[in-house]
Design a protein around this ligand. Structure first.
Ligand SMILES: [Zn+2]
Length: 330
């Protein structure tokens, strides 16, 4: 039997967080003879990769020959926002079960996409299952070190400026490394109705009335749901003034929540007043997308401890947790 031609001119498109479409060229004479494709897919080494994650197996996929382009799909070997290299080989399965193979094609590289809105909507549904009852609150707060607030006062015109979100949370969140904002909390203690006195982020707390950030002219988005190998689950939400750059960013990428009716954070008019509530059973982290002037709130020192273990700075998501993972790329 003649040798098979080596596939070439690989093209990859329609890339999502857990699929891609691939095609290549081969000699016309081989089209009818080829019975199988071998696709060698390898993750490019990433120094920021999750060290807790199971080791990724280099994947040689065997597929029955179909018309090209073909779609390769699978969250068990494709992670979101990850660089891969791919090469293909064609083969004819012979009567003795052995394969007659072509040479390997050139290697091409591509990067998978982030979670699409539909995947985030699945995460949102999972988060809704454990959000719990709603408790009233009246302030957003942000804990940090004394040095941070000194710097804001002395060198930043008293303004806390939005900064680029780190890679904490779900791998594949479209906000990581893309959205500018400032993290705030709003959880209260169920017995006091007040913010807790402990914080992972520092002994100084800036507190601001909820209506400064959140009202009828604010859009609210669901951004992420994850845990970090403990019992605590985090829900990340974004608050953006309607029409602001942050709002436009989120509108394209994140599921929007009804501000007066959702399971996480609400703002309702009751007896002519704005009333705020947060979900009790998840830790909410609110990204506010605009600069914040310290003079609009109150800065003080907390009496509690700095619980470092609850920090979500560069937090790595537990990919094995059934509560907060969906069946697409992890
Ligand atoms: Zn979890």
């Amino acid at each position: 039997m003649e040798l098979l031609s080596t596939p070439h001119s690989i093209e990859i498109n329609n890339i999502t967080c857990d699929s891609f479409r691939i095609s290549w060229a081969m000699d016309v004479g081989d089209l009818d003879r080829v019975t199988h494709y071998f696709i060698d897919l390898n993750k490019k080494e990433n120094k920021n990769s999750n060290k807790f994650k199971h080791r990724d197996v280099p994947t040689k996929l065997v597929a029955k020959a179909v018309a090209l382009p073909m779609t390769v799909r699978g969250h068990w070997f494709l992670s979101p926002r990850t660089e891969y290299s791919v090469a293909v080989q064609t083969a004819i399965k012979q009567s003795d079960g052995e394969y007659l193979v072509s040479g390997w094609s050139e290697t091409v590289e591509f990067c998978t996409g982030d979670y699409a809105k539909e995947h985030l909507a699945q995460l949102q549904e999972k988060a809704e299952l454990i959000a719990g009852r709603m408790l009233r609150f009246s302030v957003f707060y942000r804990n940090h070190t004394k040095e941070y607030f000194q710097h804001v006062r002395m060198h930043s015109g008293n303004i806390m400026k939005p900064y680029l979100k780190d890679n904490s949370g779900s791998h594949g969140s479209p906000t990581s490394g893309m959205l500018h904002g400032i993290f705030f909390s709003c959880n209260t203690e169920f017995n006091t109705g007040q913010p807790p006195q402990d914080s992972p982020y520092g002994r100084y707390r800036f507190q601001i009335a909820a209506q400064r950030f959140f009202g009828p002219n604010t859009n609210l988005y669901f951004a992420d749901f994850y845990c970090m190998y403990t019992a605590y689950h985090y829900v990340i939400l974004v608050l953006a003034p309607k029409g602001s750059p942050g709002d436009r960013f989120c509108q394209e990428r994140l599921p929007q929540l009804d501000i007066s009716c959702n399971k996480f954070l609400t703002c309702c008019v009751e007896d002519g007043e704005l009333v705020y509530r947060h979900a009790q059973d998840v830790i909410l982290e609110i990204i506010y997308t605009e600069p914040v002037d310290l003079s609009l709130g109150v800065l003080g020192e907390i009496s509690g401890h700095q619980l470092m273990s609850l920090s979500t700075a560069d937090a790595k998501k537990d990919p094995s947790c059934k509560t907060c993972n969906i069946s697409v790329g992890r």
